[in-house]
Design a protein around this ligand. Structure first.
Ligand code: SAH
Length: 404
């Protein structure tokens, strides 16, 4: 999911039933209010069939749709969990998710799609607030300190980052708070204060102050180690991510001679993994924190054939086309809104042999594939992948080749 940082779109908790068939009985008490698990009423197999069908409807006329890459264990896959806080009438503190389309907090202690440890840490942080006299921030009055808690857990590394989102950089008794939290969860490797003093729907602000550990976690994907800062994008389902990246790189058919562009590269994951099979990789990403991570990740993995640029992918592509750069393969993994015409028209000018498009929105993928088809890039097939089980979202991988 690419827009999970917006708090009122961040609802995603839900419980499938424990029936043998895997068919949900609507067991999650807050499924309707939360809205994250829109497919909770279907069995896992039914969901996948339904998502496949949607992709066929959108893209079936353009190219073949392969069977969906399913998850073997479609539970507790989310490596990033965030919680909002509020007071009940009796003044006790609750933590959980916003009811769909509102900022009313629904209490949640555990969720079958989220990392279990992350859920436990959130509950324990909630338990510490009163004794540390930490006040919950109220959007109405503007009073209070703590807005959200966000947890990130490295699937392979086990490292855990706790982000305390506050309106002020001053966190009373922060050292004792860190001590108390680490006593409960010694497995926490870093704690960061993220200051968000804006009147905004975004969960995170831009300023990060590490109060314990390095301020980021590391995780391993496809044999590369990645550093992930609080505000950088990182795929939320590591099991499926590895499979998707492997497929994308296989589809690119790299021989070691190619000049590759990784557009919308985040912390450089796809480009760095692909760099082992390419001559050179260029990465483009808008978020400066993610670009910093990408450069550090190249060093961390002793990779010397990559360069990362900070900027709008469309603008950078236009410049590259003007300078008549030579690019053999483009990986593109845009946010949900898809790519833009500046980017796509520059692909046509740069004339790479192959474009591997990874999309988290089949609708915008269909639009972009139509455009590229008219310009001489043909998709042979698309592979849907279930990156977000129980939700209505689908990830799709597609390789396009130049026909003209
Ligand atoms: N490929 C990466 C990131 C994919 S998410 C991965 O698999 O982890 C999409 C990324 O596009 C995010 O990191 C986001 O910050 C970035 N992004 C959004 N709009 C952009 C734009 N106009 N130009 C470049 N990058 C952009």
């Amino acid at each position: 999911m690419r827009d999970t940082e917006k708090k009122d779109k961040n609802n995603r908790r839900g419980f499938p039933s424990k029936k043998k068939s895997g068919k949900s009985s609507g067991a999650c008490p807050i499924a309707e209010q939360c809205g994250g698990c829109a497919y909770q009423h279907l069995s896992y197999e039914e969901q996948c069939a339904c998502k496949e069908q949607q992709v066929k409807q959108l893209i079936g006329d353009i190219c073949k749709v392969e069977p969906m890459m399913r998850m073997e264990h479609p539970y507790h896959y989310r490596n990033k969990v965030s919680a909002a806080f509020a007071h009940k009438r009796d003044n006790t503190i609750i933590s959980g998710v916003y009811a769909q389309g509102t900022h009313k907090v629904i209490p949640v202690d555990e969720c079958l799609i989220e990392d279990r440890k992350a859920d436990q840490i959130i509950c324990d942080i909630r338990g510490l607030l009163k004794s540390f006299k930490i006040k919950i921030y109220s959007e109405d009055s503007g009073y209070g300190l703590l807005r959200h808690v966000l947890i990130r857990r490295g699937f392979a590394s086990g490292q855990i980052l706790v982000v305390l989102v506050t309106v002020s950089p001053i966190f009373p008794s922060k050292n004792n708070f860190v001590k108390a939290l680490r006593k409960l969860h010694p497995e926490i490797t870093s704690i960061v204060l993220n200051v968000n003093d804006k009147d905004t729907s975004m969960v995170l602000g831009t300023r990060n102050i590490p109060i314990y550990g390095k301020g980021f976690i590391e995780d391993t994907l496809c044999g590369c180690v990645f550093r992930i800062s609080p505000t950088s994008f990182y795929q939320i389902n590591p099991v499926q991510t590895e499979r998707i990246y492997q497929k994308a790189i296989e589809l690119a058919g790299l021989t070691g001679e190619e000049r590759v562009l990784d557009a919308y590269c985040g912390i450089g994951t796809i480009g760095l993994i692909a760099s082992k099979k390419a001559k050179e990789v260029l990465g483009v990403e808008l978020n400066p924190d993610a670009v910093r991570d990408a450069r550090a990740n190249a060093k961390r993995n002793n990779i010397t054939n990559t360069t990362f640029f900070q900027g709008d992918a469309g603008e950078v592509m236009v410049q590259m086309a003007e300078q008549q750069e030579s690019i053999d393969v483009v990986f593109m993994d845009p946010p949900r809104a898809g790519s833009d015409e500046a980017f796509l028209s520059s692909i046509v000018k740069l004339q790479p042999k192959k474009v591997v498009y990874i999309s988290c929105n089949p609708q915008t993928l269909a639009r972009d594939l139509e455009y590229l088809k008219k310009q001489g890039y043909r998709a042979k097939s698309v592979i849907p992948a279930d990156m977000f089980p129980w939700s209505a979202h689908t990830e799709v991988i597609c390789s396009l080749s130049r026909t003209k």
